[in-house]
Design a protein around this ligand. Structure first.
Ligand SMILES: [Zn+2]
Length: 252
């Protein structure tokens, strides 16, 4: 079974490693994946300026069609002070969605400017039928529920809960809102099967989180072995998992 789409890819700086955008996308397309969604982890760098991200995305867009290799605007609260609105960013580059990461970036709902900006983001996504990919984690800062008030208020915005964390909250949100989806990035097989049993197979997207998979495999090699896979080897392993997950989703 061939994997045609990978909905969760990153390029750029991730902590101490720089993943060259064209190298990453080249590996994905060479592997036969024709459609993918990517966003820049450089967005998590201290004091990052939007111009740097814009340049990084532009390099990919100049080489690959954004209709198949789809850039997402990873919007961070610092852009408010940089005078970068969602409208402006969207005018500059052919973004196909928005990414939010409430662990890497502090979204303070008590701050009116931050809250207004979030409404602008979800409103934009809603009007233009763009997905919003949201990182989720296990505590109040980034749990799946974190942006749930927006799921209700903007039903035309497709909201994707990356990583499905925590699982019980993810299931409840899938049940409550037809516009909520989830992805398989760093999701355990047992958790995926649980989501299937709950009846949400059609709302699970296959995403690898490559090359973050490579980063963690290199930093924390299994069994303490020192060997690090190349990026190409890592993506082959990631695709193997996506194929297995795809099989699980399709048997439901
Ligand atoms: Zn990710």
């Amino acid at each position: 079974m061939k994997i045609m789409t990978d909905t969760h890819i990153h390029t750029g700086q991730f902590y101490d490693v720089h993943y060259d955008p064209l190298e990453v996308i080249g590996i994905i397309t060479d592997a036969g994946v024709e459609e993918s969604v990517f966003s820049s982890t450089t967005s998590g760098k201290d004091d990052v300026q939007y111009a740097e991200i814009e340049q990084e995305i532009a390099v990919v867009v100049s080489r690959y069609s954004p209709d198949t290799i789809k850039p997402f605007l990873w919007y961070i609260p610092d852009y408010i002070d940089q005078g970068i609105s969602v409208e402006m960013a969207m005018k500059g580059l052919p973004y196909k969605g928005i990414k939010l990461h409430p662990r890497a970036h502090h979204w303070d709902f008590a701050d009116t400017r931050a809250l207004d900006t979030l409404h602008e983001l979800f409103e934009y996504a809603s009007q233009h039928k763009l997905p919003v990919l949201i990182h989720t984690g296990y505590d109040a800062q980034d749990e799946a529920n974190r942006f749930s008030s927006f799921f209700d208020e903007y039903p035309a915005a497709r909201c994707i809960l990356a990583h499905c964390r925590p699982l019980d909250q993810t299931i409840k949100l899938l049940a409550a809102y037809p516009n909520v989806y989830c992805d398989t990035a760093f999701v355990e097989e047992a958790d995926l099967r649980f989501i299937m049993k709950a009846g949400f197979a059609s709302r699970v997207l296959l995403g690898s989180d490559f090359p973050i998979t490579h980063y963690f495999r290199s930093k924390y090699p299994p069994n303490g072995s020192g060997d690090t896979p190349t990026l190409t080897e890592q993506y082959a392993a990631d695709l193997k998992q996506l194929r297995r997950y795809s099989g699980i989703i399709q048997t439901v």
